[in-house]
Design a protein around this ligand. Structure first.
Ligand SMILES: [Zn+2]
Length: 311
């Protein structure tokens, strides 16, 4: 593992966050791409937009329990380097001049061109991770973790330019999971969705695991969409390889090759109709029935760029 010499374990995010008195709960399933003010799905008062760094202003999809002093704002401003929340563009521009963070407060474990992934410890960088969870809640319908971040590790995907490594997405993992979940929560910013970053994060999770693993359930609608694509791609690759090489293949073989649990493999085979049972007296067999995974945005971890020993 490469350790960033600048990682002092300090909390890069400066917000002293505390739970709002009554956190609202998002129940809206349809994910809108535009917002009006006030947004009909968000209880008033609550911000309706996030201005993240220099990105276009983004509508909030699900209400998040931002501190009360921000609840009345139409737009909340967020530094995409340290994830500090601010109430106005003036404060945000002043902060930009003085923000010392150039990347998330953790070890860089992966780099491929402008893409980096940092491992951030929820215990060492509590404020940063709490701010990250509030950001994630704005775009996830099922997320419930906001403040108890210490038992978790956060894997933050950034895109670099001359000013630093800017937040694009992340996944979290419990350091010790009794249920052996290998991923708790995953999110990419709306602007970066459908570009394969979610699959890259999932592939990171699977690339160094020596045991079968599964994400925590229930998955958010975004997480499920991401996993459906990833699982379909890797299971299809197993089926196609076996078909091309005329090799026998079992569900256990697929589990071993993909590090997926049996339940997840069977779910994926059923979802894509790759299991057939033509004769009741015969066992199920695999079929490569179209449509095949059409996702052309497959991003996969380049193993030689990864410097990471899983926790
Ligand atoms: Zn900052």
């Amino acid at each position: 593992m490469s350790v960033d010499p600048d990682d002092s374990g300090s909390e890069a995010g400066g917000n002293d966050v505390s739970p709002a008195s009554s956190p609202p709960h998002g129940t809206k399933q349809k994910l809108p791409t535009t917002a009006i003010w006030p947004h009909p799905s968000i209880p008033d008062p609550s911000p309706a937009f996030l201005q993240i760094g220099s990105l276009p202003r983004l509508p909030i999809w699900h209400p998040a329990p931002f501190p009360q002093e921000y609840a009345h704002l139409e737009t909340l401003f967020l530094c995409d380097l340290c994830l500090k929340y601010m109430p106005s563009s003036f404060v945000a521009s002043r902060h930009k001049l003085h923000c010392v963070a150039k990347h998330p407060p953790g070890s860089e474990i992966y780099r491929d061109g402008p893409i980096s992934i940092f491992e951030v410890d929820g215990r060492k960088s509590k404020a940063y991770c709490q701010n990250l969870c509030l950001l994630a809640k704005s775009y996830l319908n099922h997320k419930t973790l906001y403040y108890d971040v210490e038992p978790f590790l956060f894997y933050v995907l950034t895109l670099a330019d001359s000013t630093g490594c800017h937040f694009a997405g992340y996944f979290s993992k419990e350091k010790t999971s009794e249920e052996a979940y290998n991923l708790s929560c995953i999110m990419t910013l709306p602007l970066y969705q459908s570009q394969g970053f979610g699959q890259l994060l999932i592939d990171l999770r699977n690339s160094k695991e020596n045991k079968l693993g599964s994400p925590e359930k229930p998955l958010s609608s975004l997480g499920l969409k991401c996993y459906d694509k990833y699982w379909a791609a890797v299971v299809f690759a197993c089926l196609a390889d076996a078909h091309a090489g005329q090799q026998p293949l079992s569900v256990q073989d697929i589990c071993y090759k993909t590090r997926m649990t049996k339940d997840d493999v069977l779910y994926t085979l059923a979802q894509n109709q790759w299991l057939a049972h033509t004769d009741p007296a015969e066992p199920y067999h695999f079929v490569l029935r179209s449509p095949f995974p059409a996702n052309t945005n497959h991003r996969r971890i380049k193993r030689n760029q990864l410097h990471w020993v899983p926790f």
